[in-house]
Ligand binder design. Structure first.
Ligand code: BDP
Length: 707
């Protein structure tokens, strides 16, 4: 053997990883970087003592030990290169101002103390210190500089919650990462390590609350045994700054205690909820409050008694008020007996209630008017209810975006919605300003993400899905961050800070959601997924009982063209937006092309900006989506030397699935729409692999996440 036959390779990633550690891997760094880390954290000095502070110092020790191989000592005296954690309460002479940091924010500064250079993490509370510790560890893991630090960070949005759609039987509605992580059966006695690991991951990105159970709630979660189980979880989460909340079923008083009615104006009903709230707060003194799905998709609610959503919300709000609790009342409502365009119904129901909600109620609005589609224009309620705090509901789990196996990074979707301008108070009235309260001066503010977490070892069903959980938390903390910055941070911590890895990974991620839009629902199409499981394509579905359950309701393709006319000549949903947007969306010529078919029924031969016909353009969008996935496969293959075997293989396989399914989406959609448009395929475009009937015959009765 001659030595020259061996090509030197970069130090390969030593161990296979299963993703359990998320972005908190603290992988060993090169010796020179280890030296830098050690020089800036050779000891940890924490004044005060609390479970939270202990978690912060242990996390710093664990992180530094992982990265450098040496555990920094906890020390009582300040030495050169120490990392200090202090609040004004523990250290009256704190050299850094903490005003404006609130109860959760922090400052990180390199300062001289007694002639020694140290890094000070300062906050008003130990929870703030914990957040600061995670920030410092993020810098350390992502290869950032650690000297001359001068950072101040505090969230603008008060409630930053996960919503678990977890059922008491262990299944997760729209969950694609295995069963629920809540082991309801063995709680409250057995509290496995998953719970604190979950809290730790959430605290590291600033999430401060979790709704434990599905919005399609069972009354049972309000019984004494289940309150005790929720209390056990609350005890685990508390030192991490995370509160628990529960979804409630409107008819719980009838189901659990035989009340004759659930009318919110009935004194016996109000008394029942008051007593129930008292019982919960006895077990969980810092219980956050209730989340309610009422009069939506068959769930009971106050409208069953001819009362309004406000009547219902205010009655519950009164029950938790004395305890400092809140009610999150969902605006995701549409009813089968309402013939109006589904996209209009939430606005029609809620807008007239503006100003009628109690001050501890916040209305939770999905990002778009229909349902977590790959792309929707922002929900018209944002900006339309100035006297009511509105919170955002995003879906982190990818019900409509490829579920667990497609790589479709949601950061750009979240960013697009948060940055959207509502024009509610003129230009610059972004959705972010509506939900952070700054537009109308609201103090109660919130943002929720429907969790993508389950018992899978990697928590989220794939390594890349972890980025969606991460991005949600980071944007909830700071809506001004860019999806790209977040992807970069995440990739640095999840894989390696090496730009050879980070740049291609970020590039893949950043275009991936647009690719899914292209291969599933280009040019403003929506809700053409097959019924029930919402997995693959089903644009032909037309026979379901309720019109708005059928994809044909959404795309309205016929011999003349395709798209939903939401202008004056159609449903006039555009009138629910502020005047400049109503004008923009109301005119086919100026509507952004990405939303074209959302707002307009457009002839097949309509000319797109590219000059091609709508039909040809549609076909080309499907193909662009497929091609993007093929490019991701190539990029990923080039990363093989730099990624550990296990995580490499998972992504490689999932990209293969995604490519196959992107093609399936393309072919099925083209086969169906061509049967309607009767147009030839553009030159160079291949015919679908099968005929339309083949696509229609595909059935998935056991697809996950769907009962
Ligand atoms: C839809 C889901 C359904 C949820 C509903 C909701 O398909 O499973 O129950 O939203 O948000 O996206 O209430």
């Amino acid at each position: 053997m001659t030595g020259t036959a061996l090509t030197p390779v970069l130090a390969p990633m030593a161990q296979a990883e299963d993703g359990y550690d998320l972005w908190l891997r603290y992988a060993r760094v090169e010796p020179s970087r280890a030296g830098v880390l050690a020089a800036h954290a050779n000891a940890i000095v924490a004044s005060g003592s609390s479970p939270t502070l202990a978690i912060a110092t242990q996390e710093l020790q664990r992180g530094i030990a992982g990265m450098t191989g040496t555990t920094p000592a906890l020390s009582a005296t300040v030495q050169q290169g120490a990392l200090l954690l202090a609040t004004p309460a523990s250290t009256p002479s704190l050299p850094v101002k903490t005003d404006g940091l609130g109860e959760e924010g922090y400052a990180i500064r390199t300062i001289m103390m007694d002639g020694k250079a140290v890094t000070l993490i300062a906050a008003n509370s130990d929870i703030g210190l914990l957040h600061g510790a995670y920030h410092w560890l993020r810098l350390a893991q992502s290869g950032e500089k650690l000297d001359n630090l001068d950072i101040r960070s505090a969230p603008k949005i008060g409630l930053r919650l996960l919503n678990h759609w977890d059922n008491l039987n262990g299944t997760v509605e729209r969950g694609y990462a295995g069963q629920s992580i809540w082991d309801w059966w063995r709680l409250p006695d057995w509290k496995g390590p998953r719970y604190s690991d979950y809290a730790r991951a959430n605290a590291s990105i600033g999430i401060n609350g979790t709704v434990l159970n599905n919005v399609n709630a069972k009354a049972d979660s309000l019984t004494a045994p289940y309150i005790a189980k929720a209390a056990a979880l609350a005890d685990v989460f508390r030192p991490y700054g995370i509160k628990v909340y529960l979804s409630v079923k409107w008819t719980a008083p009838m189901e659990l205690d035989g009340l004759k009615t659930a009318d919110p104006l009935d004194p016996a009903v109000a008394a029942w909820w008051k007593a129930k709230a008292d019982e919960i707060y006895k077990a969980i003194p810092d219980f956050g409050g209730f989340l309610v799905k009422a009069n939506s998709e068959g769930q009971p609610g106050p409208q069953d008694y001819n009362r309004t959503h406000a009547d219902g919300a205010n009655m519950l709000a009164a029950a938790v008020k004395a305890h400092g609790g809140i009610v999150m009342w969902r605006a995701f409502v549409y009813a089968h007996d309402n013939p109006d365009d589904r996209a209009k119904q939430a606005y029609s129901d809620f807008k007239p209630l503006d100003g009628k909600f109690a001050d501890n109620v916040i209305v939770q609005v999905k990002n778009g008017a229909i349902d977590f589609q790959p792309r929707e224009p922002f929900h018209p309620l944002f900006g339309a209810m100035p006297r009511t705090p509105l919170m955002m509901e995003f879906q982190i789990t990818k019900e409509y975006l490829g579920q667990s196996t497609h790589l479709t990074y949601l950061g750009p979707l979240f960013e697009e919605v948060l940055d959207a301008d509502t024009y509610a108070k003129g230009k610059g009235s972004t959705v972010a300003k509506v939900i952070d309260g700054s537009l109308e001066g609201h103090k109660l503010t919130g943002i929720a993400g429907v969790a993508n977490i389950g018992v899978d070892r990697d928590w989220s069903g794939s390594i890349f899905n972890q980025a969606d959980w991460y991005a949600f938390g980071r944007l909830a903390w700071d809506t001004s961050l860019s999806a790209e910055t977040i992807a970069k941070e995440w990739a640095e911590m999840t894989f390696s800070p090496d730009p050879k890895v980070v740049q291609p990974v970020v590039r893949m991620m950043m275009g991936s959601r647009e690719a899914a839009v292209d291969y599933m629902t280009p040019l403003g199409l929506a809700h053409v997924m097959d019924t029930g499981h919402h997995y693959g394509p089903g644009p032909w579905v037309s026979e379901l009982a309720r019109p708005e359950w059928n994809p044909v309701y959404y795309h309205k393709a016929d011999a003349t063209g395709i798209g939903f006319d939401r202008t004056k000549t159609g449903s006039n949903a555009v009138s629910q937006y502020a005047a400049p947007l109503a004008k923009l969306f109301g005119s086919v010529k100026i509507t952004p092309e990405r939303d074209l078919l959302w707002f307009h029924h457009v002839p097949w031969d309509y000319r797109l900006k590219s000059g091609e016909t709508l039909w040809n353009g549609l076909v080309h969008h499907y193909e662009a989506g497929v091609n993007y996935v093929a490019d991701m496969q190539t990029t990923w293959a080039s990363l093989k030397p730099y990624v550990d075997a296990e995580r490499y293989a998972q992504t490689e396989t999932f990209l293969t699935i995604q490519h196959r399914e992107a093609l399936w989406w393309r072919d099925a959609s083209i086969a169906y729409f061509q049967s309607v448009s009767q147009r030839p395929l553009p030159a160079g475009s291949a015919a679908p692999a099968h005929d339309l009937n083949w696509y229609k015959a595909q059935k998935f009765p056991y697809a996950p996440g769907h009962n």
